[in-house]
Design a protein around this ligand. Structure first.
Ligand code: HEM
Ligand SMILES: Cc1cc2nc3c(=O)[nH]c(=O)nc-3n(C[C@H](O)[C@H](O)[C@H](O)COP(=O)(O)O)c2cc1C
Length: 499
């Protein structure tokens, strides 16, 4: 294949003919524009340029062979002609290359609650990145409910209990952590901080918090695990942090098995299969942004193309808000757990269980844990909060609580609230956005601070509640009447036996 000159590539910079240089090779991506899960505008802005560095912020180079048809390759770039390429536009929705000094980020000490990190992130992140992190489904009611429900349960504290020393340790599948909370899986951290997942992991390891790593990460599983091992090495393997893997099942069975074997060989301690995303929810803020971007580069008609509305393989890891071909299948069923179990011997958690019936099924299918979650309010409109689902489980299939490890996530912004979940039978709680915002605004230091903020609230909360270890959490320490009043009730009370 002959070499191509930069000047030739530079000419192909429109939606009618769009070439781009990635990893020193020119590609004709004209027909791929409408299929790109991250949207056509971002590629068009980089048409005729060398976009390798920006590309690597979002995805591994393997994607070029995985997702582009082989005839898209035009040829390697003539090495002396890089200077002839178009120069990328200065002002674009790029991931933060570092903290942007021109914008004011509050001093880290001013982040006193977990919610404060959002304000800081909003101040420094590019609009697109902040939108990606903060967006939620439809009218935003699922997200709002997640945030509100923690406050709708109150404590019933005991006094005079000698609470001088408190122990906040908890185990997840036998792996001890200093805290009963962990960092939830979130995709595309490269859009939030140039250090991406490794930056997040470093903060977690320094504090001993467990992390669930997303399939949709900006870095490969191997890179993430390598960073983990290096950071552990720096701390003489003294950190209790372990990494678990959040699994979006690829449609292609071979790829699904291959991914699982990578996860296994990397040494992740458990598989958290996301089951609330057969298709992507309607991410409203992302949609506005896509429409604006498309209008700005004059391709409004592409923005309503079929690939946006969903299809057989509909799934997009968050930011683009578009379905990704070949990713999670809407055809997944409970029976799939049978072959998954053959391939994966370690703990399996179903992430995204939202009613008592499914909690019971998860137990019957041999799962080791369930994560009660509505994906941070990013999927189904008016989905139940995790607390609501937990109350349902207590009412209709309490046997699940003794058999499975129970995790909750969504809207937790105060360490005290973790205690409410534990009193009602949870093992631990996942925290998402606060850590992402902390990463975006302050990198590793922000992640560490976010752990400290939650941990301090938790410790104080335990003392004020009158307990010194988490084993002492009991249902009678909380008043959940308000949520119980609104809990789902079967039309016929015999449902309990049918669950
Ligand atoms: C031309 C070859 C390209 C291919 C094959 C490709 C492929 C993909 C795929 C498969 C995704 C889905 C997300 C995932 O699975 O991780 C994605 C998302 C994305 N891509 Fe690309 N991409 C290309 C070029 C680019 C370029 C040049 C940029 C930026 C300069 C870019 C920026 C993005 C962004 C921002 C997302 C959204 C990330 C998310 O939603 O999580 N892509 N791309
Ligand atoms: C920006 C962002 C990206 C996410 N990416 C994923 C993902 O790749 N896989 C997944 O299972 N859940 C993902 N989630 C959902 C989280 O794992 C978690 O369920 C949710 O964020 C918890 O709610 P919180 O952000 O209010 O704490 C994502 C959430 C956010 C905010």
């Amino acid at each position: 294949m002959g070499h191509v000159d930069g000047a030739e590539v530079a000419k192909h910079n429109s939606k009618n003919s769009c070439w781009i240089v990635l990893d020193s090779k020119a590609y004709d991506v004209t027909s791929f524009l409408s299929e790109h899960p991250g949207g056509a505008p971002i590629i068009l802005k980089n048409a005729g340029t060398d976009a390798t560095e920006e590309f690597k912020n979002y995805h591994p180079l393997d994607y070029l062979t995985d997702y582009l048809p082989s005839d898209a390759l035009v040829g390697p770039i003539n090495p002396n002609t890089f200077g002839q390429l178009r120069q990328p536009e200065k002002e674009k929705a790029a991931p933060v290359s570092d903290i942007d000094d021109s914008k004011e980020v509050p001093h880290l000490s001013l982040c006193v609650t977990a919610s404060d990190f959002e304000k800081a992130a909003k101040a420094v992140l590019p609009h697109k990145s902040y939108t990606y992190a903060s967006t939620s489904a439809n009218t935003g009611l699922s997200l709002k409910r997640n945030l509100d429900d923690w406050g709708r349960i109150s404590f019933r504290p005991r006094v005079m209990r000698n609470v001088g020393d408190v122990d906040t340790r908890r185990r997840i599948f036998g792996h001890s952590s200093p805290y009963p909370f962990y960092i939830s899986p979130m995709g595309t951290m490269g859009a939030i901080h140039a250090g991406a997942e490794p930056e997040m992991i470093r903060g977690a390891v320094r504090k001993g918090a467990h992390v669930v790593v997303s399939t949709a990460s900006s870095k490969s599983s191997e890179q993430i695990m390598q960073c983990f091992v290096e950071e552990q090495g720096r701390l003489k393997n003294g950190s209790p942090t372990e990494l678990f893997y959040q699994y979006y099942m690829p449609v292609d069975r071979q790829k699904a098995i291959q991914l699982m074997s990578i996860v296994k060989s990397c040494g992740f301690k458990g598989l958290w299969i996301t089951v609330d995303t057969p298709v992507l929810g309607k991410r409203t803020a992302d949609r506005y942004l896509q429409a604006e971007e498309a209008l700005a580069v004059g391709i409004a008609e592409e923005s309503t193309a079929g690939w946006e509305a969903g299809g057989d393989n509909a799934f997009a890891p968050a930011m683009g808000g578009r379905p990704v071909q070949g990713q999670l299948s809407p055809h997944t069923t409970w029976e799939d757990l049978e072959w998954i179990r053959k391939e994966w011997e370690g703990p399996i958690v179903l992430k995204g269980v939202q009613c008592a019936e499914d909690a019971k099924l998860a137990m019957e299918y041999g799962c080791n844990g369930i994560l009660l979650s509505n994906h941070g309010g990013r999927q189904l409109h008016t989905a139940p909060s995790a607390l609501m689902t937990l109350l349902e489980i207590r009412a209709y299939c309490p046997e699940v609580l003794g058999k499975l490890e129970i995790f909750l996530d969504g809207g937790l912004r105060d360490g005290n609230d973790v205690l409410k979940a534990l009193c009602l039978g949870a093992t631990a709680v996942g925290v998402g956005r606060p850590f992402l915002y902390a990463l975006g605004a302050y990198g590793t230091k922000g992640v560490e601070r976010c752990v400290d903020v939650l941990a301090e609230e938790l410790q104080t909360g335990m003392r004020l509640l009158g307990i010194t270890s988490l084993d002492q959490c009991r249902p009678e320490m909380v008043n959940a009447s308000r949520l119980l009043n609104e809990m789902w009730r079967p039309e016929q009370l015999s449902i309990k036996s049918r669950l």
